[in-house]
Design a protein around this ligand. Structure first.
Ligand SMILES: Nc1nc2c(ncn2[C@@H]2O[C@H](COP(=O)(O)OP(=O)(O)OP(=O)(O)O)[C@@H](O)[C@H]2O)c(=O)[nH]1
Ligand SMILES: [Mg+2]
Length: 644
């Protein structure tokens, strides 16, 4: 059954705790100080079953203006408000402030209890009811049931339960899919169990054995046990109030305001880009960079709001702003933040998180406000396109993206099926391109990736006309700063398939390109080949070989050309053999090994008529290429000869 959390709200002494006790039999004022002073200080928790059978959890909050901070920690995650107004006193300052908070948190359902009905005559009751109706008229709570009750006589309690039942039946519930996220509102040790935390699960599910991350610290914790309404459960769902026994962190390292969340889905940030709205009731305009108290989940974080494109915000107005926080917030796109002035601490504003991990800035660049507009109120697809634009050639992928996407991460699958597959030409209508690894790029970023690869191959070809293409690994590393490996791989593959590029062995070229010698170079190559021939195996060394070739003809490129084109075999950087001569050597070796199982250095020198200076590097090359294998001072046939 759908979990429903009811939160009380209302001015001090208006009878919230007495009413909760009347409804549930549970006294939520547990602290000694609460008992002595007769007021609530911290949050209290109770639960019961409504006439329909629906179970509700109740969070009882303190009304005192000094404890609004605690009220806020409890109000987060509430589905229904039980607004308490004492009939003998009527609407008071914290009635208004709590109501403002309820509205800022978008709690759109509830019931009003006119408490202490036993203390007033029907006429006064009518006046207070009218006052409350007027108060609610301008809010989303307009028209909710207003029920007179007495916690002393029990009068009206049945009617109140029915009204709660009706409102609870309409509550929409929370996202059970998506990552788990729990704002912690209490931490306490339990004998024999360890550290227990409580809170209302904002999204996802939690099971015993799950590993969650404690944020903002980032420590990994394991869930040992989960309880809902004092009963151990095997799975807790979004919207439920739960108590979790956790393992892996000591009591002192957890506090109200921390979060437990699925690993990798939230990144604490000192900066948040938000849509900021100053309440009509704010006493004065808000100046840029004023110090504020920001309440998100059960946390209170001090910080300043840098207003974009203005110096001050008038009551009732809204604008884009960046919150600069003194401690990191664990926020997600779409989260609501309640903002109170620093001193005196009163609720003056609300904010919606648009970007949970923005860059630091004091003003908007061109196009930024349109971007924030889309992130704030666009469709999931529109938001994805904006995020893909930001992500450039990296695209939207992996864990980082999940953090950035927040609630829209869940719409990625849908967007991915609407995206077109990566190809050489992309439909002009397409909004996103999907790569094999699921990554989403804008069509512009994908085209830039393709052009980047072709451009690099072209430039290489121009600079190295005598080489037959660029080695694939070199191409990839030259582009590594622009293109993630997976994007490069797929771009290259698509370009090869589409014949925009060609591959020869491990080298990539333009399809029409072939190494081209200019006439002077062709002459020089002919000269080199001539110099290499005619001295048997005692060929001239490279430095001698290239003597007299003008630097403008790039002798080292010519040598490389001889090797790359297969006309010569490179034995060392100084030693080059004409292809035919080397093949002759291989033939001589095969013949030798048919007659003799081994080959000594002396025999080799005789075989090819060279001095030791040549014989050593030649044999080492033969070893490397598998024609011979060294065994002590001898050579035996290598795998290439043995294998035939
Ligand atoms: N006669 C009468 N007295 C009530 C009723 N409800 C509460 N009271 C009394 O009003 C006083 C305050 O009640 P609480 O329930 O503690 O008020 P509260 O709203 O929880 O106060 P805070 O939590 O401090 O904001 C207590 O002395 C209650 O006995 C009621 O319906 N009738
Ligand atoms: Mg109380």
């Amino acid at each position: 059954m759908r979990p429903v959390v009811v939160g009380t709200a209302g001015h001090i002494d208006h009878g919230k705790t007495a009413l909760v006790r009347r409804l549930t039999g549970i006294d939520t004022d547990r602290l000694k100080e609460e008992k002595e002073r007769g007021i609530s200080i911290d949050l209290g928790f109770a639960h019961r079953t409504l006439p329909s059978g629906l179970r509700i959890a109740i969070v009882d909050v303190p009304g005192h203006e000094r404890f609004v901070k605690n009220m806020l920690a409890g109000a987060t995650g509430v589905d229904l408000v039980l607004l308490v107004v004492a009939a003998d006193e009527g609407v008071m300052p914290q009635t208004r402030e709590h109501l403002a908070i309820v509205n800022l948190l978008r709690i759109g359902r509830g019931v009003v209890a006119l408490t202490k009905a036993d203390l007033v005559d029907p006429e006064t009751l009518g006046v207070v009811r009218a006052e409350v109706e007027e108060l609610l008229a301008a809010t989303p709570l307009r028209g909710i049931s207003i029920v007179p009750v007495s916690s002393v006589t029990g009068e009206g309690v049945e009617a109140l339960l029915l009204a709660l039942d009706q409102a609870a039946g309409l509550a929409t519930g929370r996202e059970a899919s998506g990552p788990a996220r729990l704002p912690i509102d209490r931490v306490f040790p339990v004998e024999g169990i360890g550290t227990v935390v409580t809170g209302t699960l904002w999204s996802g599910t939690v099971r015993p054995g799950d590993t969650l991350t404690l944020l903002p610290s980032g420590q990994a914790v394991r869930v040992r046990q989960a309880q809902v309404h004092d009963r151990t459960v095997e799975e807790a769902h979004a919207g439920q109030r739960l108590a979790l026994a956790i393992h892996g962190v000591s009591r002192e390292n957890v506090k109200r305001g921390d979060w437990l969340a699925s690993p990798g889905r939230y990144r604490p940030s000192h900066l948040l880009d938000v849509r900021l709205e100053l309440l009509d009731s704010a006493p004065k305009p808000l100046g840029s960079r004023s110090r504020l108290r920001c309440h998100l989940g059960a946390s209170e974080i001090l910080g300043r709001a840098v207003l974009f494109e203005r110096d001050r915000l008038a009551p009732g107005e809204s604008c884009w702003a960046q919150l600069r926080l003194e401690e990191p917030a664990v926020a997600s796109e779409g989260d609501r933040i309640v903002i109170r002035s620093y001193s005196p601490a009163t609720t003056i504003a609300g904010a919606t998180v648009v970007d949970p991990t923005p860059v630091k800035r004091a003003r908007l660049g061109p196009g930024d406000s349109a971007r924030l507009e889309t992130l704030g109120s666009g469709s999931a697809m529109e938001k994805l396109v904006v995020l893909a634009e930001e992500a450039g050639s990296t695209g939207i992928a992996g864990e980082g993206a999940a953090v950035r996407l927040g609630s829209i991460a869940e719409s990625i699958t849908e967007a991915a099926s609407a995206a077109v597959a990566a190809a050489i030409s992309v439909d002009a209508e397409a909004k996103l391109v999907r790569l094999r690894d699921g990554r989403l790029l804008t069509p512009a970023a994908w085209r830039a990736a393709l052009e980047g690869v072709v451009g690099q191959v072209t430039r290489y070809g121009q600079a190295n006309a005598l080489r037959d293409g660029i080695p694939k690994g070199e191409l990839k590393s030259l582009l590594a700063r622009e293109l993630p490996g997976a994007v490069f791989d797929e771009a290259l593959e698509v370009l090869l398939r589409g014949n925009r590029l060609a591959q020869k062995a491990d080298r990539v070229t333009l399809p029409e390109a072939a190494p081209a010698l200019n006439p002077k170079q062709a002459l020089a190559v002919g000269e080199l080949e001539r110099r290499l021939a005619g001295r048997g195996f005692q060929v001239p060394e490279v430095s001698e070989l290239t003597r007299g070739i003008p630097p403008a003809d790039r002798p080292s490129e010519l040598i490389r050309y001889l090797v790359d084109s297969g006309r010569a075999v490179k034995v060392t950087s100084e030693l080059l053999y004409p292809k035919a001569l080397w093949e002759d050597l291989e033939a001589r070796l095969r013949t030798h090994f048919q007659k003799s199982p081994t080959l000594s250095m002396g025999a080799f020198k005789d075989l090819v008529q060279v001095s030791r200076k040549y014989a050593v590097p030649m044999l080492e090359h033969l070893d490397r290429t598998g024609l011979t294998r060294r065994e002590g001072d001898e050579r035996v046939p290598g795998p290439r000869i043995k294998g035939g």
